[in-house]
Write a protein that binds this ligand. Structure first.
Ligand code: SF4
Length: 131
């Protein structure tokens, strides 16, 4: 069993580690997504890695998409950071794939597909209620 860290701290490592995590998930391994460990073997068959290569955040500052790991982030700072990340997501050609990936894997941290952590939680709850 392999754990693949998904580092939010480096814009350069973000797409590659995300791809590595997805590949590991496809193999049925346990994957560290953000700062939590998620068993995704049952979801692996549906995950695609191709879209990640086209994300607008690949060229952006990766720290915009995740809270800092070494200090508390005050609400105004978080909101400003997330707003900047969401503006990048707004022009991203793979936004829908990204959001679906984050919802499917229950990614608990960061902005994915133009949605924050709390927004995704609401979407997951709404899906559960609708099903
Ligand atoms: S939607 Fe946002 S987080 Fe997802 S790949 Fe595009 S820019 Fe990156």
């Amino acid at each position: 069993m392999q754990k693949v860290p998904l580092s939010p701290d480096s814009a350069e490592s973000y797409p590659r580690s995300l791809q590595a995590a997805t590949v590991a998930a496809r193999r049925g391994e346990v994957v560290t997504v953000g700062r939590s460990i998620t068993a995704v073997s049952d979801l692996a068959a549906d995950l695609s890695v191709e879209w990640q290569q086209h994300g607008s955040c690949k060229q952006a500052d990766g720290t915009l998409f995740f809270p800092p790991s070494n200090r508390f982030e005050h609400k105004p700072d978080r909101e400003a950071r997330e707003a900047r990340a969401k503006r990048i997501c707004g022009g991203c050609p793979v936004r829908e794939d990204c959001l679906e990936w984050a919802l499917t894997t229950r990614e608990p941290h960061g902005v994915w597909g133009g949605r924050s952590e709390s927004e995704r939680k609401q979407m997951i709850l709404a899906r559960r209620k609708a099903s």
